[in-house]
Write a protein of this length. Structure first.
Ligand SMILES: Nc1ncnc2c1ncn2[C@@H]1O[C@H](COP(=O)(O)OP(=O)(O)OP(=O)(O)O)[C@@H](O)[C@H]1O
Ligand SMILES: [Mg+2]
Length: 250
């Protein structure tokens, strides 16, 4: 189980101290899928980064199976079973795809590179021996990084907007992959997403806004709120008055 207790994160910006996360309290169980959602700039990636150790909390505790990891390094947390697939993944220069996946899986794990690539919608024959360099598109890079997280035996797996830049066919495979991971492992899965299809995987939905947890709710409530919004939302712009109507752009 992963617990965040009264976690604050402040960073030094150009204009002084910025409070990025304020009093985050979360209890995340094993073998559950949590979907974190909410407005842009709300603090979702920052929560993933404070769990991974990229940000160090200014206050509070982060307990992984009862052990406070708040002051531990990224490497220590990785060794303890925390993994994070970035919103914008870095490029591992000089590594081939199969090397990255084998490194991720570790020596004790039998890495089935071919299946891992299939799970993220990439053909192993085409990608296995490719070097991860600037020729990779954003979507390809993202999928290889997700595969490198799937390769590991994790206690906590964090996926930051896995759908970004991924085509529909691969997205379908990816949602199935999350379901399989949930079925076959005890991993706590946290997916940051704005996608309805991902929301439907959630045991609980965590809403993040203004650097804090605004609500912990069910997927049913979020989905019905979205449906209601679609029904009630009518265009109220007065195009005629604004002079946008019947404008001849020719
Ligand atoms: N390294 C940093 N230095 C300064 N401010 C930062 C830094 N990282 C994040 N922030 C700020 O913290 C706030 C939360 O950012 P964060 O990336 O966590 O949001 P998010 O919910 O993931 O947004 P999005 O949906 O756009 O990905 C934003 O206002 C952002 O500008
Ligand atoms: Mg983000």
């Amino acid at each position: 189980m992963l617990e965040l207790i009264n976690v604050d994160v402040s960073l030094n910006g150009d204009h002084g101290k910025i409070d990025i996360l304020k009093n985050i309290n979360l209890k995340l169980d094993n073998k559950k899928i949590y979907v974190m959602t909410g407005p842009n700039g709300g603090g979702k990636s920052s929560i993933a980064k404070v769990i991974m150790g990229i940000f160090t909390p200014t206050n509070g505790k982060i307990l992984l199976d009862g052990v406070d990891i708040a002051q531990k390094s990224i490497t220590e947390r990785a060794q303890m079973g925390v993994g994070y697939a970035f919103q914008q993944p870095p490029r591992f220069k000089g590594l081939k795809v199969h090397e990255l996946l084998e490194l991720s899986a570790g020596k004790t794990h039998t890495c089935n590179t071919c299946n891992l690539l299939y799970d993220v919608g990439l053909c192993a024959q085409d990608y296995m021996d490719r070097e991860i360099d600037t020729t990779f598109s954003g979507g390809e890079l993202k999928r290889v990084e997700i595969a490198s997280i799937l390769a590991r035996d994790l206690k906590v797996a964090l996926f930051d907007e896995p759908e970004a830049g991924i085509d529909l066919w691969s997205f379908q495979r990816l949602t199935e992959t999350f379901e399989n991971m949930n079925r076959n492992t005890d991993t706590t899965i946290v997916i940051i997403s704005h996608q309805e299809r991902i929301l439907r995987l959630a045991d609980e939905v965590i809403m993040i806004a203004d650097g804090t947890v605004s609500e912990i709710t069910s997927q049913e409530k979020v989905l019905s709120a979205i449906e209601q919004f679609d029904k009630n939302c009518r265009c109220s712009a007065d195009c005629e008055r604004e002079g946008y109507r019947n404008v001849n752009f020719g």
